[in-house]
Design a binder for this molecule. Sequence first.
Ligand code: LLP
Length: 386
Amino acid sequence: IAFGAPQRAPAWWRGRRDELLSLAGKGTPRYVYDLATVRDRARSLSATNAVDRCFYAIKANPNADILRTLVGEGFGLECVSQGEFDHVFATLPHIAPSRVLFTPSFAPRREYEAAFERGIIVTLDNIEALQRWPEVFRNRTIWLRIDLGHGEGHHEKVKTGGVAAKFGLPMTRFDAFVEEARKLGIRISGLHAHLGSGIEDPQHWRGVYAHLAGLADGIGTIETIDIGGGLPIPYTPEAPQFDLPLWRAGLEEIKAAYPRYGLVIEPGRYLVAESGALLLTATQVVEKDGVRRVGCDAGMNALMRPAMYEAYHSIFNLGRDEANGTAVFEVVGPVCESSDVIGRGRTLPADTAEGDVILVADAGAYGMAMANTYNLRALPAEEAIE
Ligand code: LLP
């Protein structure tokens, strides 16, 4: 742990074992979200004057109770598809369109049209859309997403900048975009960059703001600079808490240097990951070639992250303590894929057995949102608690 890094508070669910066991009794797999944790994370981000607006990236978890909680905290909502923004207006019919941001990637033309009809903020990241569909964009106000030339994040698969990534307008085409937009009477009122997810360096966002502010000065119509999401959470027991005070100080400093622009962030994971626990039921314990495995009633179908990114999630046996000692287990799911492993080399109570309730921690972001019905397994149940 880095010197001076803030201490980690115990997870919300540690003191609420009986309640969770009774929720698991209603059926597993089941995602449980603690709304007080969501609110706490939201307030920790709002507590700085440097950030003018926060949009929650609902792709992390579009659960209706979570959306209502975050909008109640003053957040806007960032959407990547028409499915997401239609869901936002169905869930919160009275939300102001200016609090909804559409940041699509290779969306069909009709989704841009629908977004303009709704009056929400639209971000564009290529010239070709302007050239092929000039009538969709003529005389509109848009934000422009830039590829700053490199990506960041916890895994190659979540880096969204650089030549290998499909996102963002490269700097080589910046002038051409501005010219094309001018011809169509388009006003570029925002600049946006999101380089990836799970970025550990607290100074990253300050650098993005400085870069975009430099570009904005040259355009003249920019009011808003959106520095993306990507704030990390500590998934492993050794990981330090993200240094929020340092993050804040960096933004305050750079905002003071370029005070003309509204600063926008669009985090997903940071707000919701730690609020979510995935409850599973152990199905079988099997030993094979010296490896002891505990199987659960869901795996990569309910939580893709370990299979897709080798992501780490802490795993606990909720119903047993370690009175009878511990043993090392591989925790697996029931899916017909060798990658269906939730965690390797995990220390659990030695008497872990069929029927035990297994808790997979920090599963509130990109958990249910990426769940699927592979092998015709049912989607997990979901509920939010206070
Ligand atoms: N803004 C944009 C334009 C994004 O593409 C994303 C995430 C976010 C904001 C929010 O990023 P966050 O604050 O949550 O890092 N499934 C992967 C993460 C994919 C992120 C996709 N874009 C995972 O489970 O790690």
